[in-house]
Design a protein around this ligand. Structure first.
Ligand SMILES: NC(=O)c1ccc[n+]([C@@H]2O[C@H](COP(=O)([O-])OP(=O)(O)OC[C@H]3O[C@@H](n4cnc5c(N)ncnc54)[C@H](OP(=O)(O)O)[C@@H]3O)[C@@H](O)[C@H]2O)c1
Length: 280
């Protein structure tokens, strides 16, 4: 691909995306243009990858780039859209990575082709799922080119925008949720038996890695793996029965909680974006 790709926002996810795209060789540093509110953050990313350029501001970035990834938090969208609104072109693709910013609001603010993706921290190791929600102005070729780029850093999956939150909970928040579960497993093991934390973590992380490989390469499903390890009346079965009883209600509350927060965020963002894009 020979496009110039801009990134507005080089925080945690902007940086992860830039580095993954370079490491996977999907983009050369010379194809990347950055802009960040605190310029020094963009400068330090550019220093690590000679060839990356930094725009004077968001407006300049949008004037130059073919595609623009918006990697800012929901509360910063209004400022960014006002800065780039008058510069964004019809042929440009603007790709938002933020779940509560709805495609229809971006299409109302900008004349450009709009897409939403929800990346995952796991792209740092070129793995995990990148959710993809195309806007109404994308051509078949735009979709193919974007999916092609995303497949270099993980597995892209097109989803309906109404499933964006739950899919993000799984693909994008999931690494944090799973890490917390594994951490609690280590803590509980130590508390009950005195097993040193380092030993517990070593066991748990190798176990998680091996389990993931059994599920992806070993021909097992979640069910068949449980059946294979747990024999009736055995120790694993007792543990599984407890987890099913006690954990299900917690997980139901988890999704209710993320969705309640999402509804709040969507409303806040929608209000903040009324009339956005018209000042640029
Ligand atoms: N982190 C994840 O795992 C993840 C996964 C999927 C999606 N996302 C989404 O990605 C978005 C960014 O998250 P993050 O974790 O990367 O946040 P972050 O670390 O706070 O990064 C946001 C960046 O945007 C910059 N910024 C803010 N306003 C700007 C403006 N007007 N012009 C240029 N740059 C501006 C900030 O600059 P300063 O340096 O001045 O603060 C900061 O570097 C969020 O909407 C989040 O939902 C995150």
């Amino acid at each position: 691909m020979n496009k110039l790709v801009g990134f507005i926002g080089t925080g945690s996810m902007g940086q992860t995306l830039v580095e993954a795209l370079i490491r996977s060789k999907a983009l050369r540093p010379s194809q990347i243009l950055l802009s960040n509110r605190t310029r020094s953050k963009a400068e330090s990313l550019a220093e690590s990858h000679p060839g990356i350029r930094i725009a004077e501001n968001n407006a300049e970035l949008v004037r130059k780039a073919d595609w623009v990834f918006l990697c800012v938090k929901p509360r910063d969208y209004r400022d960014v859209l006002d800065e780039i609104g008058g510069r964004a072109g019809k042929e440009q693709m603007i790709i938002s990575i933020t779940s509560p910013v709805m495609i229809r609001d971006l299409e109302a603010a900008l004349p450009s082709k709009i897409a939403k993706i929800i990346p995952s921290i796991t792209h740092a190791v070129l793995d995990g799922t990148c959710l993809f929600i195309p806007g109404s102005r994308l051509t078949l070729r735009d979709r193919e080119e974007l999916l092609n780029l995303l497949s270099a850093i993980g597995t892209p999956l097109e989803i309906d925008e109404r499933h964006c939150r739950v899919a993000s909970d799984l693909a994008s928040c999931g690494p944090a949720f799973l890490a917390r579960f594994l951490e609690q497993l280590a803590r509980a093991a130590g508390e009950v038996t005195g097993l040193p934390r380092d030993t517990a973590l070593l066991l748990i992380i190798r176990m998680a890695l091996g389990t993931a490989r059994m599920l992806t390469e070993g021909g097992f499903t979640l069910e068949s793996l449980q059946e294979r390890v747990a024999v009736p009346g055995g120790i694993t079965r007792k543990g599984l029965d407890l987890l099913e009883r006690e954990l299900d209600p917690v997980l139901i509350r988890l999704f209710r909680l993320t969705h309640a927060k999402f509804v709040e965020d969507v409303e806040k963002v929608r209000q903040s974006l009324q009339g956005a894009g018209s000042k640029g």
